[in-house]
Design a protein around this ligand. Structure first.
Ligand code: HEM
Length: 493
């Protein structure tokens, strides 16, 4: 019965596939042989960035793979990345859609997933002016400092009761509290509609929505959607999104309350509400809607919290694994700042050099978005001499580029010293190190993220000494490939 059902489901796909076979006049990038219908799906096993890194060693830095019916070009060299993100940035700066992305971004109405065009330009401009200019970042400084004081206090209390703490949770809670206060004026410690537990639940669901595999992502069209429907994946996605939507809606409702008093000052959501109120009824240009507001809330939260949080967790994991680097970083911090400080400020971070190289090295070894965000071509381009047709998805494997022995000595080693005599930086100009992307769609939150991560790590390293817990958790931190700081030993505080 199940074989018969598979046959009935796959038959229409097979017919569409046969219709699409025609000899190509283009010089398409090389890649592993694609099978009928499933394409290269059988080649993709294990973590995608690692699997594609391996394939690129055989097929080269520009590869073409078919994920079901969807062609994707994978870029794995700094030269090819520069062509996509700089030379042909304008032709390569749109974003593809998947069912999960469409859902979480209210039909691609947030900045990160909006296709290139007027709508994206306006959303990006609003976010830059309201959140990301140097002046704005400076005005949020007290928020970052206060939230770090809270984290240090909680960790100290927890360490006085037992020798191990859940450092990962402490880091994520602190980053989420900062992003919520900066982005939406919501103070998690005083908020009526969410707390630390509910926020980590929403964070988890947002990540799942973007990673839940859907049949229709590889087999777009009615058949794909039908399979998602009968397999229950669509329902699963809907259930996850329901809680995320409630989170976004609660924040929006809080802003729409009559007589709302600003907790800090007016924030980006207040500004957008004001813009909606002043919009002309007619006119040709598109209108901001409440979906844009919900998408902005969800977008800032997803883009800001897990990326910065994961990077901090990796920094601490690598430091605990590499005691030489830990000692060098802590010696610099404690010698420069002295040992009598009761509170760390952002000015303290500006006095440090090796510490900043350590953050840079963490971003090299563990970019939290290993493929950046996928790009989609607006028109035909040539990358490294290969034809890439319009509407092709491009994945830049920033993870593999940052570990390529052609550009990096002992690339898998965590060693901030490699940057001592190097001017390579992560700001989008050196294509061997692009954790924040580059070009028009470069991460606008880069400076915010660096301030959040540096201040957080500085507090953790100034006030505490860290060590491996006994038993399995210690082994996991030492040898694991996943970030693993659920239980870490606080040695001194
Ligand atoms: C370690 C921290 C972070 C990393 C590594 C990171 C990385 C990235 C990357 C790789 C992209 C896609 C760039 C491209 O396509 O070329 C991106 C986009 C974006 N990031 Fe970040 N990000 C971080 C933190 C943040 C923070 C804290 C915020 C805001 C609070 C933020 C907001 C955004 C937004 C809005 C976009 C979409 C930009 C667009 O498509 O125009 N990010 N980020």
């Amino acid at each position: 019965m199940s074989i018969f059902l598979c046959f009935v489901l796959l038959l229409p796909l097979f017919i569409i596939f046969l219709k699409n076979i025609k000899p190509s006049k283009w010089n398409l990038p090389p890649g592993p042989k694609a099978l009928p219908i499933i394409g290269n799906l059988r080649n993709l096993q294990g973590a995608l960035h690692l699997c594609l890194q391996n394939l690129s060693q055989k097929y080269g830095p520009v590869m073409l793979l078919r994920f079901g019916f969807v062609p994707r070009v994978i870029v794995t060299s700094k030269e090819a990345a520069e062509e996509v993100l700089k030379i042909h940035d304008l032709q390569c700066c749109s974003r593809p859609e998947t069912a999960g992305i469409r859902m979480i971004s209210y039909n691609c109405k947030d900045i990160g997933f909006a296709p290139y065009g007027e709508e994206w330009r306006l959303m990006r401009k609003i976010s830059v002016v309201e959140l990301f200019t140097a002046k704005k970042i400076q005005t949020f400084r007290h928020i970052r400092e206060e939230e770090n004081d809270v984290m240090v206090k909680k960790l100290s209390e927890s360490a006085s009761r037992r020798p191990t703490v859940n450092l990962k949770q402490a880091i994520f809670t602190s980053v989420a509290s900062i992003v919520c206060r900066v982005g939406f004026g919501v103070n998690l410690h005083k908020c009526e509609f969410m707390d630390e537990d509910s926020i980590s639940d929403v964070m988890h669901k947002m990540e799942l929505i973007q990673t839940v595999p859907l049949f229709s992502d590889s087999f777009p069209g009615r058949v794909g959607r039908f399979v998602d429907w009968i397999s229950g994946q669509k329902k699963r996605l809907g259930n996850l999104f329901s809680d995320v939507n409630t989170f976004n809606q609660n924040i929006l409702d809080d802003h729409l309350k009559p007589g709302r008093k600003f907790v800090e000052s007016s924030d980006i959501i207040d500004v957008m509400i004001d813009m909606i109120g002043k919009q002309d009824e007619d006119g040709d240009s598109f209108k901001l809607t409440t979906d844009h507001l919900r998408a902005m809330i969800g977008g800032i939260f997803t883009a800001g919290v897990s990326t910065s949080g994961i990077t901090m967790v990796w920094a601490m994991t690598e430091l605990i694994r590499n005691q030489r680097v830990m000692k060098k970083v802590q010696d610099e911090i404690r010698t420069t700042l002295g040992d009598k400080k009761e509170r760390i400020t952002e000015e303290d971070a500006t006095k440090l050099h090796y510490f900043k190289l350590m953050v840079k090295e963490t971003l090299r070894l563990h970019p939290p978005a290993p493929f950046l965000l996928p790009r989609e071509t607006l028109s035909h381009v040539k990358i490294q001499g290969y034809d890439v047709p319009a509407k092709t998805q491009i994945f830049i494997n920033a993870y593999a580029i940052a570990r390529n022995p052609k550009y990096w000595e002992k690339p898998d080693e965590f060693n901030p010293d490699r940057f001592l005599d190097s001017s390579i930086d992560y700001k989008g100009l050196n294509f061997e190190l692009i954790p924040f992307g580059s070009g028009r769609r470069i991460c606008p939150g880069m400076a915010t993220a660096i301030s959040i991560m540096e201040l957080g790590l500085l507090n953790l390293l100034y006030f505490f000494d860290w060590g491996l817990p006994e038993k399995d958790e210690g082994e996991e931190i030492l040898t694991g490939n996943d970030d693993a700081l659920d239980l870490v030993k606080i040695i001194r505080h």
